[in-house]
Write a protein that binds this ligand. Structure first.
Ligand code: SAH
Length: 360
């Protein structure tokens, strides 16, 4: 069994196994295949959080599983609900004490969950709160799944869309993210269509190409934020490694392989990337490419001096793109009253707990 799945005192992380791996594992314990199918259903369809809830699994096997394996379950430690739009932010504690956040957004077309892929992030984007303390570790597939499972259980809302746009860079945790996509899409689990899954990346070019080769029907979102390398380098350190031209080539490759329209995210920062000149450069950049541009008024964080563009500048930017026939939307700001931006809730929680522990 792959070492990746061994966590916590060498026990196997059962929720990260696909159904054939689970069968292999259960058979290695001298048990019949149908027990694996039962267990899979308990974990991925009925969303149980401990072995004792798996009622049709014999007590002896449950005991053996407790000894040799581990049923990943996140502990909700804070849930905040926006009074403005019902958006919910969840703060979860992991088995090792680390804390991550996820968001439930309710739209007319269904419920969308934004999940984290790492504890923290090492990409260093200048406007982002998730990266301020670096990356602590990757999340396992089960930890990504359980963000969705716990939110669905706690809120009682069926989740129909998932965006991997929380803390972390998913392409920097590639294998676990691919495993997560497989499991969340599994017919024996929540069976969420690949078309309803979005992976957002700051642009790790080789990984975008690797993902394209899998030909999955997921949406690829690129955090572009600037239309030229010079400006992008001031906002995102990854721009020193991969040029916009390389990213655009990888996007065209992704589109060729999957037929999926590319999404670009562009966070508008006052006086930095919201000028007419930037809009013109952006238009030239995406010319002829089947894509959608999502403009995000930057959510200011107190550690940085980036300010949100004013309404007129945002509208002017959008109109200029629209006039050239580009699909463009302004992202509605969800949950502004509850530390809405990436990593802000976790950060304020960590600061609170740090303060209270230093006051003890
Ligand atoms: N690392 C991945 C996914 C996580 S970030 C990526 O870079 O795409 C999800 C999106 O939110 C990215 O587009 C990111 O650039 C953007 N973002 C992060 N902090 C933000 C902020 N304070 N205001 C606006 N957008 C932000």
């Amino acid at each position: 069994m792959d070492i990746n799945y061994k966590i916590k005192d060498g026990r196997v992380d059962l929720k990260s196994l696909n159904s054939s791996e689970l069968i292999e594992y259960i058979e290695s314990l001298g048990e019949k295949k149908f027990r694996a199918n039962q267990l899979y259903q308990w974990m991925h369809e009925k969303l149980v959080t401990n072995f004792d809830d798996c009622l049709n699994i014999p007590a002896k096997l449950r005991e053996s599983l407790k000894e040799n394996a581990y049923l990943m379950a996140l502990e909700p430690i804070r849930v905040q609900t926006s009074q403005i739009d019902g958006t919910q932010k969840y703060l979860f504690k992991l088995y090792d004490g680390n804390v991550i956040e996820s968001v439930l957004m309710k739209y007319h077309h269904g419920n969308s969950v934004c999940i984290s892929s790492q504890v923290g992030c090492k990409m260093g984007c200048r406007f982002c709160a998730s990266t301020l303390d670096g990356c602590v570790r990757n999340l396992t597939a089960s930890e990504m799944l359980d963000q969705v499972y716990r939110i669905q259980s706690i809120s009682g809302e069926r989740v129909s869309n998932i965006v991997i746009m929380g803390s972390g860079e998913p392409m920097d945790n590639y294998d676990n993210v691919i495993k997560f996509l497989e499991l969340i899409n599994s017919e024996k689990g929540l069976n969420i269509s690949l078309r309803n899954l979005t992976v957002s990346t700051c642009g790790l070019v080789p990984k975008i190409r690797e993902l394209a080769d899998l030909e999955l029907q997921i949406t690829l979102a690129i955090s572009l934020h600037a239309p030229n390398d010079e400006l992008r380098k001031t906002m995102m350190p990854i721009a020193n490694k991969y040029s916009i031209e390389e990213i655009m080539d990888a996007c065209r490759y992704y589109l060729d392989k999957t037929g999926r329209r590319i999404s670009f995210e562009y966070s508008l920062v006052k006086g930095v990337n919201d000028t007419k000149e930037c809009a013109s450069q952006l238009i030239d950049l995406v010319h002829g490419l089947n894509c959608h541009i999502n403009l995000i008024p930057v959510n200011p964080i107190k550690e940085r001096d980036y300010e949100q563009s004013n309404k007129d500048a945002i509208m002017a930017f959008k109109n200029k793109l629209e006039k050239c026939g580009i699909n463009v939307t302004i992202r509605r700001e969800m949950g502004r009253d509850i530390d809405g931006a990436c990593g802000q809730l976790r950060k304020s929680y960590m600061e609170d707990s740090h303060e209270s522990s230093s006051n003890d």
